[in-house]
Design a protein around this ligand. Structure first.
Ligand code: GLC
Length: 731
C-alpha cells in the first residue's frame, strides 16, 4: 500500500509542486487585488533601522498605514516585534521583512569571506552561513544581504574582503554554498534566512579599485568572469538580489534593464525580487541619468529594481508617474508581486514575530564556536616558511609578541561583523598565553596600527633579543578594508615594515602573522622574514587558530583566493589573464608584454599556500584523448604526502583552450579538492570536464565548446603543475 502511495505522490509531484506555485501565485494575486497604490508602494519601501535602539515613532505610524514593507538593521527581538505588531494592525496585515548584513556571522563571527574562500572548502562556508542564519533568525532577522559574490581583481578595493576573490569558478562554488547555508532547501523553516546575491553587477570592477567607481567591462568579461557567481546563486535558489551602486558601461547598475531584466529574469529565470543598494536609486541623480527623484524612480523601477533601500523616490514619485501615464500600474504590480512572493515563501505571514528566547540558548553555542574555530584553522595560508621556522617548539620559555595587531579584539572580527562583540574575540595574545601557560609571553606593541611613530621600536627590539622566539602581529585594522575603504597603497601601513625589519635583525626565530582584509604588497618583508602566516581577519576564535598553527597543533592548508602582487604597479594582476601577442617568456627580449622595472609574476600566485609537510602530484591521466563537443573527459591525478606530518593539500585543476575563435585565458580553474593525508599516504583525485567546464562565448557571444586542443594542468597553485592535453573534435 505504502509503495502505491509513494508511486502516486511521485507521479503527482510535478503537478503538486506546480499547483503549490499556482496556489501561491493565486494568493499573491488575491492580496494584490485588494491593495491600494499607497499600500503597494509600501511593499517597495525599505527604511534604515537604528540598530539596537527601538524604531522611531514614524516607522510604527507608516507600518500601521501599510506604508513600510521592510526595515534593515533593526536589532533585537523586542524592537523587531514591536514594529511588526504595528504592521499587523494595518488594513491588510502584511508583515515587515527585517533584513541585516549577516555576512560572516551574526554573533559567532567566522573568518571574513575572503578568508573562508582561502579554505577552498565550500562545506565550511555553507556551515558558517547556516550557523549565522540560526543566530540571526533567533534575533528576529529573516533576510540577510549576503552572499556578496563580486569578483575582485584589484586589491586596492576594500570590499575584496567580502567576496571569494578573483576566480569565477571558486566564486561560484562558494556563492552556491553560502546560499544553501543561509536558505537551506526551504527558507520558511525556522533558523533559515532569505539570502541576497550582491552587488549586481560588476561592483568589484571599480576602476582603480576605488569604491563606487565606474565599471566598464566587455559583455564577454561580464559573462565569463563577473556573472558566473551570480548565476550560481540563482541556480542555488537565492531569494533576492541587490543592485549595485556603480555605473556599468554607461548605465548605473540600479537602472540597467539589460542586467536587471534581460539577463537576470529573461535569460536566467530569476523569480525573486531585487532590492537597491543603500540610496542607489536616489544616486541616479548624481550619476546624471535622472534629473530628480521622479526621474530616478522612472529609471529604476521599469529597469527591474523592485524594492528601494532607504531613499523614497518610489513612494514620493510613482503616484504622479502612474497618474500621468509615464509608469504603468502593471510595472508596480509586478514588483509588489515579487516582494510578496518572497515574503510568502519565507513563511512570514504565518510566523511574523521573532522568537524571544534567551541568548544563552541561541547565541555562541559550543558547536558554533567549534565551527568558527575550524573555519579559522582552514582559512590560514602559510605564505613562507624557510628553515622551517614554524612550527615553534612548545617548550620555549620566553615568547615575545610584537605589533599593533596582537591584542586587537575588534580587528579579529573584521568589517561586516554583524552583531559580533569584540569582547568575545580571542586575540592572538590570548591564544598564545593559553597555548603556553608556563612560558613568559610578553607583548610589545611597537607602534599603533598606523605606525607613524617609531618610538616603541627600541623596547620591542630589546625584548626580542632576549626571547626564545618572536611573533610579529602586523597588517591592517578592520577599518582599512570593507566598504568605502579603498587604499591607494597596499603596503603594510605606516612604518610597520621598519618595525618588522628591526625586530628581525635581532636574529631570533621569528614568524610574521598577518591580519588584513586584502592582498598586500609584501616583497621587502618576504625578503627578510623567514616565516609568514596569512591569518586574514579570522573571527571570534581566530587567536586560538593562529596559536595552534604557530605551534603545530594546526597544520595550515589554505590557498590564496586572490593574487598577491609584488608591487602595486602590477595591478590589476590575476592568474587567468590572456596570453597577449607578446607573452613575456624571454626576459632578455625587450619587445614583450612586461615591465622594465618589475617581473610580471606575482609574489604569491592565486592558489598558493604551503604546509608543514610536503606533497607531490603524479600520474596525471585523461580517460580519453579526444571527445566530441558535447562529450566529457575524466582527469585524474595522484597526490602524496611526502613529508613528516599529516596535512591538507588542495589539488587544483586548470584548463586552457589553446586555440579558439577568441583569445582565452592562459589558465582557468575548473575543479579543486582539499584532501587530508597522513605521511606517505596517497590519494587519487578525479575531475570531470564537460561542456559546462569547457565551454565559452565565441565571437558572436554564443556559448559553445570549440573544437581543438585543450591543455589540462593539475597543480597545488595556479603556477606550475603537471600537464596533459586532449582534443575536442569538430563534431
Ligand atoms: C551598504 C552596502 C551593502 C549593504 C547595504 C545595507 O551600502 O553596499 O552591501 O548590504 O548598504 O547595509
Amino acid at each position: 500500500m505504502r509503495k502505491l502511495l509513494a508511486l502516486a505522490l511521485l507521479l503527482l509531484s510535478p503537478t503538486l509542486s506546480w499547483s503549490l506555485d499556482q496556489a501561491l501565485e493565486a494568493k499573491i494575486g488575491a492580496l494584490l487585488g485588494r491593495m491600494t497604490l499607497e499600500e503597494k508602494l509600501g511593499q517597495l519601501q525599505q527604511l534604515g533601522g537604528p540598530g539596537t535602539q527601538p524604531a522611531p515613532p514614524n516607522y510604527s505610524e507608516a507600518a500601521r498605514k501599510g506604508r513600510l514593507g521592510s526595515v534593515l538593521t533593526l536589532l533585537g527581538s523586542k524592537n523587531i516585534n514591536e514594529l511588526q505588531k504595528a504592521a499587523l494592525e494595518s488594513r491588510l496585515k502584511i508583515p515587515i521583512l527585517f533584513g541585516f548584513d549577516v555576512i560572516h556571522g551574526y554573533r559567532t563571527i567566522f573568518p571574513m569571506p575572503l578568508a573562508e574562500a582561502a579554505s577552498w572548502e565550500p562545506s565550511l562556508a555553507e556551515k558558517a552561513a547556516q550557523i549565522a542564519a540560526a543566530e540571526a533568525y533567533a534575533a528576529g532577522v529573516r533576510w540577510t544581504f549576503a552572499p556578496m559574490v563580486d569578483i575582485a581583481r584589484d586589491p586596492r578595493w576594500g570590499r575584496i574582503m567580502e567576496g571569494s576573490g578573483e576566480d569565477p569558478y571558486l566564486g561560484s562554488v562558494f556563492a552556491a554554498a553560502r546560499v544553501r547555508g543561509f536558505q537551506g532547501t526551504d527558507y520558511s523553516e525556522p533558523g533559515r534566512l532569505a539570502a541576497c546575491a550582491k552587488h549586481w553587477a560588476a561592483y568589484g570592477a571599480a576602476e582603480a579599485g576605488r569604491d563606487y567607481n565606474t565599471a566598464d567591462v566587455s559583455e564577454r568579461t561580464l559573462r565569463e568572469v563577473y556573472f558566473p557567481p551570480f548565476k550560481a546563486a540563482v541556480d542555488a535558489g537565492v531569494a533576492t538580489f541587490m543592485s549595485a551602486f556603480n555605473d556599468l558601461d554607461g548605465l548605473p547598475a540600479s537602472a540597467n534593464p539589460w542586467t536587471l531584466t534581460q539577463v537576470l529574469r529573461k535569460e536566467w529565470g530569476f523569480e525573486g525580487f531585487v532590492v537597491s543598494d543603500y540610496e542607489s536609486i536616489k544616486e541616479l541623480i548624481k550619476h546624471g541619468v535622472a534629473a530628480d527623484a521622479a526621474g530616478a524612480a522612472l529609471a529604476a523601477l521599469p529597469a527591474g529594481v523592485d524594492m528601494e533601500m532607504v531613499s523614497d523616490t518610489f513612494m514620493a514619485s510613482v503616484p504622479t508617474l502612474v497618474q500621468q501615464g509615464e509608469l504603468s500600474m502593471e510595472t508596480v504590480n509586478e514588483a509588489v508581486r515579487r516582494v510578496l512572493r518572497i515574503k510568502m515563501r519565507l513563511g512570514l505571514f504565518e510566523r511574523p514575530f521573532a522568537e524571544d528566547l534567551p541568548e544563552a540558548e541561541t547565541m555562541k553555542k559550543p558547536e558554533y564556536l567549534a565551527a568558527a574555530k575550524e573555519a579559522a584553522d582552514k582559512s590560514l595560508v602559510l605564505l613562507k616558511n624557510d628553515g622551517p621556522t614554524l612550527p615553534f617548539t612548545k617548550d620555549l620559555k620566553t615568547l615575545v609578541v610584537v605589533g599593533p595587531l596582537a591584542a586587537d579584539t575588534t580587528s579579529m572580527l573584521g568589517w561586516w561583523a554583524g552583531d559580533g562583540k569584540p569582547e568575545d574575540a580571542i586575540t592572538l595574545l590570548d591564544g598564545l598565553r593559553r597555548k603556553l601557560p608556563t612560558a613568559s609571553v610578553k607583548q610589545f606593541q611597537g607602534c599603533d596600527i598606523d605606525c607613524l611613530s617609531d618610538g616603541g621600536f627600541a623596547e620591542a627590539v630589546e625584548a626580542a633579543k632576549s626571547a626564545d622566539a618572536v611573533v610579529l602581529a602586523l597588517g591592517e585594522s578592520y577599518t582599512m578594508s570593507g566598504e568605502a575603504a579603498s587604499r591607494s597603497s597596499i603596503d603594510l601601513p605606516g612604518h610597520q615594515l621598519e618595525l618588522a625589519l628591526a625586530v628581525l635583525a635581532a636574529g631570533k626565530p621569528t614568524a610574521v602573522v598577518l591580519f588584513n582584509g586584502r592582498p598586500m604588497t609584501l616583497s621587502k618583508l618576504h625578503e627578510k622574514a623567514p616565516a609568514i602566516l596569512e591569518a586574514w581577519f579570522p573571527g571570534t576564535m581566530g587567536g586560538h587558530s593562529v596559536a595552534d598553527a604557530l605551534f603545530g597543533d594546526v597544520n595550515p592548508g589554505g590557498k590564496l583566493p586572490s593574487t598577491f602582487p609584488r608591487n602595486l604597479g602590477q595591478v590589476p594582476l590575476y592568474y587567468n589573464h590572456k596570453n597577449t601577442g607578446r607573452p613575456a617568456l624571454n626576459p632578455t627580449d625587450r619587445y614583450l608584454s612586461k615591465y622594465i622595472d618589475s617581473p610580471n609574476a606575482p609574489l604569491y600566485p592565486f592558489g598558493w599556500g604551503l604546509s608543514y609537510t610536503t606533497f607531490a602530484l603524479k600520474d596525471l591521466s585523461l580517460d580519453q584523448k579526444t571527445i566530441p563537443p558535447s562529450g566529457s573527459i575524466q582527469a585524474s591525478v595522484t597526490v602524496e604526502n611526502t613529508g613528516p606530518v599529516a596535512g591538507d593539500e588542495v589539488v587544483q585543476l586548470y584548463i586552457r583552450d589553446a586555440v579558439s575563435s577568441v583569445s582565452r585565458p592562459v589558465r582557468e580553474l575548473k575543479g579543486f579538492q582539499r584532501v587530508t593525508l597522513k605521511p606517505g599516504e596517497q590519494r587519487r583525485v578525479g575531475f570531470a570536464l564537460g561542456p559546462k567546464e569547457l565551454g565559452a562565448y565565441d565571437q558572436e557571444m554564443r556559448w559553445k565548446v570549440e573544437p581543438g586542443t585543450f591543455q589540462v594542468f593539475a597543480g597545488t597553485s595556479s603556477a606550475g603543475g603537471l600537464e596533459a592535453s586532449f582534443d575536442v573534435l569538430s563534431k
